[in-house]
Each structure stands twice: as structure tokens, then as C-alpha cells.
Design a protein around this ligand. Structure first.
Ligand code: NAP
Length: 470
């Protein structure tokens, strides 16, 4: 696959080319002609110059056409996701379905009216006027995305922005750029005016950092690590900043839990997408009374998550993003073992392939408990009662999401009220959502500004208020 960055629909010319390699077998799966600082200038100028103004129906039609094109090409997209990220092809197929939903929901939302009306004669101070609101697109958005869902992370930025008519300069991950460029080409083909989208990759100090700092850009919408997110927050200056950062989500299993449900959710949450979801289960917290029964079933279940060639439809767990990430995770496990933890299953690494790994007796202050481990690790910790579970859950710097397994409504309500997180899912994995529901974290996981199609569309607009005598 030979691909290029795009400045407002025009392929860039440059000698610098990025080779994208399969994390599984290191073969070159594609190349991308990179952009330079001058392409950033050209992309900003093209977006601000603008072009055909899109009606709601135009925006609907483009997103709906894009959705149909994605359905037609879903195998190609899935194969590209899997080849460049090492994710199992079954996960990549699932991701194309999610991306389809994002386009569908954004198309639907683009047709809806988004204004409000306030009658002013509703108090003694009032009078016969009406106040109205409408939403106006921003001049320009910079969207920066991570590697872990090469399609879905990108479409979650582009579709809401385009649905409200805000032009975007996209900076996808250098680890998974091919899918992002395929999507860029698909959107042009769906009728998107070229000024509305540029896709640029290149040295951080020439592309990403200047975009973040540029005062002509109204919003930086970033999904990625806490460290980079905080750097962006410090350097973006006077503009909107959306930060969707790392997670360290717990699955909390109470003593009344249905064990089969708990085991299913623990395995799906920990191992799907090679554990590389911001909302993957990163800590399994089990009531001490049921730890042994849970572990027995969980170990059996884990055996079903076979790890291997991502292109094999039977493979459940592909690689992590690269060998360096796998070595990092291996070291995290070894360090926990030195602190007294026991590996009950898995733990073997071959290149970037890391087996789903179940670890028990993990100290509460181990790295894998306190920090995000972005891979198929399942550390199991125990707690003695709900107070202890809430304290343990809240004990890290993160606050993205959570899953609780219980039938006890009192427990459920306490978790909903007392967990310091953006989402609480009862009898579901922390990652459960639909693509239009509000999504996002607090503490180090984000500033509490939600994404999801509907909330993201709000982020990509300004509200204008106007009033009329009535
Ligand atoms: P990352 O290293 O932070 O990179 C994310 C993006 O930021 C990449 O496009 C990267 O470009 C770019 N970048 C790097 N340095 C930058 C800088 N100084 N200024 C501006 N942009 C810069 O994250 P990742 O490793 O790709 O992704 C994994 C992380 O994302 C995990 O922590 C995960 O939890 C988090 N995540 C969060 C959510 C959420 O919704 N909360 C969702 C998914 C993932 P290069 O590729 O060129 O380095």
C-alpha cells in the first residue's frame, strides 16, 4: 500500500516516507509520504479560505455516502487495521462495524435542529422577548488520534466535526496511519469538499506541536496518553481543548455476583483488542469470599483467548502495538512478581505477541495496579467489603470508566454515586457504550468534557445566542 498525506485533497510531495510494519512479522505493509511544516501552513490556509458552504442535507449526504462506502469496503479496512496494528482480524471487523455506527449517528444528528428557545416573560423581571440559540461551526479543528483503534478513534473525531461543518486537520498515529488515510480518501470520494479535511503526518515538532499551538485553530481534540495530553494542555494556549486520555478501569465483582457473568466480563474486558482499549479492564477487584471460585473459572475462560497470527480468523488476541510495548508489559509483570504477585496463566512473549496473562496476589501499590498497562494483563486483587472496593477503585490517578458485577441495587447505587469516574456500567464491562452516548473521563483520564457523537458535535461548535422582540 503506497499512500500519502493530503493537504485539502492534494497528495503531498516529499522525499520523506514512513514505512509501516506489521507488529506480528515485521513485514512492510505500507508506506506514507510524510508532510512538512509548510504543508501545515498550506492546510491551515486552505481550511480558513473555505469553499462551498455545506447545508445540513449536504453534511448528511456526505456522511451517509461514507457509511455506505465503508460497508462496501469493510474487508479492506479490517485487513488494513489488522495488518498495521497487529489486532486480530475479528477485532478489526468489529471495529469497522463501530465506525459504521459513528457515521450513521453523525449523519442522523446532522439533520436535527440544535437550537433552544427561551421565552422571556416568565418572571416579574421578564418581558415579551424570546431568546434563541444556534450552533455555529468553528473555523478549524486539529484532531490528534492514538494507535489503538486505528479507524474508530479517527472517525470519532472526523464524523462529529464534519456533521457540524467544522473543517479538520487530522494528525493520526504514526503507528497506524494507513487506515486513517484510507478513511480520508473515502470521505473525499463521498463528496466532502477538500478544504474540509487535511491529513498530515510527520515529525512532531513540524506537524503536531505547531498545530496544537497555532492561534488560528479553534480547538484541539486529542485522544491518547496522559503524558502527551498534559503537554498539549500546557502548550495549546487560548483555545478549546478536548482531552480523552488513559484509563485504569476496574471490574468490581461483589460477593453476590453471578460468577459466569463476572468471568465473561473479566475476560472480554481484559483481553479484547489485546487489552489495548482505554476502557479495557485493567484491574479485576474481587470480593475476598469468592476469589477462589472466580479464579478457577476465570483461568478456564482465559484459555479460550488464543493468541497468535492476527490474520487468522480463529485468533482471539493479536499482538500489542510493537515489541517495545510487549517488553514493557513483560517487565511490569516481572516487577509485580518480585513484589510477591503470582502469574497463574500466560505471561509468555514472542516479539510483540504477549499471551493473555492472569496475575494474582498483586500488591495494591504495584505498577500494574497504579498505572495503565496497555495490554492483555489481568491483575486480580481482593477487597473485604464495599467501602474497601470503592477506596481501592478510587486509589489511582485515573478516572475513566468502571464495571460492577452485582445484583444488589444498594451496591449499584453506591458505586454510581461514589466512584470517581466518567462512567459506571452495572453488569457490563467498563467499555460498554453506544457511539452516540456521552463518553469520557475525569482526573488524569480527561477534563470531564465528553465525546461520543452528540457531545463531540457540541465541542466542534460555538453557541450563538440571539433575541427578538416577540
Ligand atoms: P500517544 O503516545 O499519546 O499518541 C497519541 C497521538 O499523539 C499520536 O498521534 C502521537 O503522534 C501524538 N503526539 C505525540 N507527541 C505529541 C505532542 N508532543 N504533541 C501533539 N501530539 C503528539 O498515545 P498512544 O500510545 O498512541 O495511545 C495509547 C493511549 O491512548 C493510552 O493511554 C490509551 O488509554 C489512550 N486512549 C484514550 C482514549 C479515551 O477515549 N480516553 C481512547 C483511546 C486511547 P505520533 O504517532 O507521531 O507519536
Amino acid at each position: 500500500m503506497t499512500m500519502t498525506c493530503y493537504v485539502a485533497g492534494t497528495p503531498v510531495q516529499n522525499d520523506a516516507v514512513l514505512e509501516v510494519k506489521s507488529p506480528y512479522d515485521n513485514r512492510v505493509v505500507g508506506t506514507v509520504t510524510l508532510a512538512t511544516a509548510s504543508h501545515v501552513e498550506q492546510a491551515i490556509a486552505a481550511a480558513l479560505k473555505g469553499g462551498k458552504k455545506l447545508t445540513r442535507y449536504d453534511r448528511f449526504s456526505i456522511l451517509d455516502k461514507a457509511r455506505h462506502l465503508l460497508l462496501e469496503r469493510k474487508e479492506r479496512f479490517a485487513q488494513t487495521i489488522s495488518a498495521e496494528s497487529g489486532l486480530a482480524i475479528r477485532e478489526a471487523n468489529y471495529e469497522t462495524g463501530r465506525a459504521h455506527d459513528v457515521l450513521l449517528f453523525a449523519a442522523m444528528e446532522s439533520l436535527k435542529d440544535d437550537g433552544q428557545i427561551f421565552s422571556c416573560d416568565i418572571s416579574p423581571q421578564g418581558k415579551a422577548r424570546k431568546i434563541f440559540t444556534l450552533r455555529e461551526p468553528l473555523a478549524l479543528a486539529a484532531c490528534i488520534t492514538p494507535f489503538n483503534h486505528p479507524l474508530n478513534q479517527v472517525v470519532h473525531k472526523l464524523a462529529p466535526a464534519l456533521a457540524v461543518g467544522t473543517p479538520v486537520i487530522l494528525k493520526p498515529s504514526e503507528k497506524t496511519p494507513l487506515t486513517a488515510i484510507l478513511l480520508t480518501e473515502l470521505l473525499y470520494e463521498a463528496g466532502l469538499p477538500h478544504y474540509m479535511l487535511s491529513t498530515l503526518l510527520g515529525p512532531t515538532n513540524e506537524i503536531a506541536e505547531p498545530l496544537v499551538k497555532d492561534p488560528r485553530i479553534d480547538i484541539v481534540s486529542f485522544t491518547g496518553s496522559v503524558a502527551v495530553g498534559k503537554r498539549i494542555a500546557a502548550s495549546a494556549g487560548y483555545k478549546k481543548v478536548i482531552l480523552e486520555l488513559g484509563g485504569n478501569d476496574p471490574l468490581i465483582i461483589m460477593e453476590d455476583a453471578d460468577l459466569d457473568t463476572a468471568v465473561h466480563l473479566a475476560a472480554e474486558g481484559s483481553f479484547r483488542n489485546s487489552g489495548q482499549r482505554c476502557t479495557a479492564v485493567k484491574r479485576i477487584l474481587v470480593h475476598e469470599k469468592i476469589k477462589d471460585a472466580f479464579l478457577e473459572k476465570f483461568l478456564q475462560k482465559t484459555k479460550e483467548y488464543t493468541c497468535g497470527d492476527p490474520a487468522d480468523p480463529e485468533t482471539r488476541v493479536g499482538t500489542v502495538i510493537d515489541e517495545a510495548a510487549a517488553i514493557y508489559l513483560e517487565n511490569v509483570v516481572n516487577k509485580a512478581v518480585q513484589q510477591g504477585a503470582k502469574v497463574l496463566y500466560g505471561g509468555k512473549r514472542t516479539g510483540a505477541l504477549l499471551e493473555p496473562t492472569v496475575i494474582t496476589d498483586v500488591p495494591r501499590d504495584a505498577d500494574m495496579v497504579m498505572h495503565e498497562s496497555f495490554g492483555p494483563l489481568a491483575p486480580v486483587l481482593t477487597f473485604k467489603d464495599i467501602d474497601d472496593a470503592i477506596a481501592l477503585s478510587n486509589s489511582t490517578a485515573y478516572g475513566l470508566s468502571s464495571g460492577i458485577v452485582t445484583h444488589n441495587m444498594d451496591y449499584a447505587l453506591r458505586f454510581i454515586k461514589e466512584l470517581k469516574v466518567g462512567t459506571v456500567n452495572i453488569n457490563e464491562v467498563p467499555g460498554y457504550r453506544i457511539e452516540s452516548s456521552p463518553f469520557g473521563g475525569i482526573k488524569d483520564s480527561g477534563l470531564g468534557i465528553k465525546e461520543g457523537v452528540i457531545e463531540a458535535m457540541k465541542c466542534f461548535t460555538y453557541v450563538k445566542t440571539f433575541s427578538l422582540p416577540w
